[in-house]
Design a protein around this ligand. Structure first.
Ligand SMILES: Nc1ncnc2c1ncn2[C@@H]1O[C@H](COP(=O)(O)OP(=O)(O)OP(=O)(O)O)[C@@H](O)[C@H]1O
Ligand SMILES: [Mg+2]
Length: 256
């Protein structure tokens, strides 16, 4: 009986792209950034997206997160088709259901760490769930830094504020575009640990773009993009397994 929630967790889809294409420009200068990509991001799963520069990773993330329009195909967040939404509804869905962690932390310099963490909810006029907020702050280890401004925090601490901000409103899914790209390896490892814990302990769904096989190894699975297509997938990745796949794609790229 106790196994039912786990079974549900593995089958519930937090976000889904179906035959998703994104074309930039037209004619001679046309770039197919995404070429009929179909992928599921399951609830309480940590997915890393990898692939060479220009392979479409950021484009895929932006389209699935409702930050960018797409040319054809469809995107679903939970049960909601993004294509069916008007701008206002899309903005609301982004605000209520999606969390973002960007490489530049996007913290407001005049606000304290705590104010930065609760800012999206303050804007949305929502009261944070106190217990949840406490849990998130404890998890990212910021309890004694809450009244500091970003300039008084280290890069790793600032990124942890950004992680806490994404987690605070309990979004259905969190997207990060190289969220640890600017951090030294120790701070990066910490942030990745928090992301993984949020998936394991809090049932959070996380999708992260990364170039780093070590970072990808924190995920439950890695999907590989090349030329706007999903070309491979690794489950329970190790850094070595990821590196091995990357080498194979490089070799293919050179010979084809
Ligand atoms: N606004 C745009 N106008 C035209 N082409 C674009 C635009 N944004 C992205 N592209 C092109 O789409 C393709 C995919 O870009 P994308 O940013 O998704 O790559 P990426 O995998 O995130 O690369 P990186 O690892 O360098 O961040 C690239 O060929 C890029 O040049
Ligand atoms: Mg990118």
């Amino acid at each position: 009986m106790t196994t039912t929630p786990l079974a549900e967790r593995t089958t519930t889809v937090a976000a889904r792209a179906t035959e998703l294409s994104k074309v930039y420009g037209q004619g001679e200068t046309q770039v197919v950034a995404l070429d009929r990509v179909s992928v599921d991001f399951r609830q309480a799963e940590f997915t890393a997206i990898m692939g060479p520069s220009g392979s479409g990773k950021s484009t895929l993330m932006h389209c699935v997160a409702g930050l960018d329009s797409f040319s054809s195909g469809s995107v679903r967040i939970g049960e909601t088709e993004l294509g069916s939404l008007k701008d206002k509804q899309l903005t609301k869905l982004r605000r209520d259901k999606i969390g973002f962690i960007f490489q530049a932390f996007n913290l407001l310099p005049t606000l304290t760490a705590l104010e930065n963490i609760t800012l999206p909810m303050d804007i949305a006029g929502r009261k944070p769930d106190k217990d949840w907020l406490h849990k998130v702050i404890e998890m990212v280890g910021l309890a004694d830094r809450l009244s500091h401004r970003p300039s008084e925090l280290s890069g790793g601490q600032q990124q942890r504020v950004a992680v806490a901000r994404a987690l605070a409103s309990r979004p259905d899914i969190i997207f990060g575009d190289e969220p640890t790209g600017n951090l030294d390896s120790r701070s990066g490892a910490e942030v990745l640990g928090f992301l993984r814990n949020s998936v394991r302990e809090l049932g959070q769904t996380v999708v992260m773009v990364t170039h780093d096989p070590v970072a990808a190894a924190y995920a439950d699975r890695v999907i590989f993009l090349a030329d706007g297509r999903v070309v491979d997938e690794v489950h329970a990745p190790t850094a070595d397994a990821v590196l091995d796949r990357m080498k194979r794609f490089d070799a293919k790229g050179r010979t084809s």
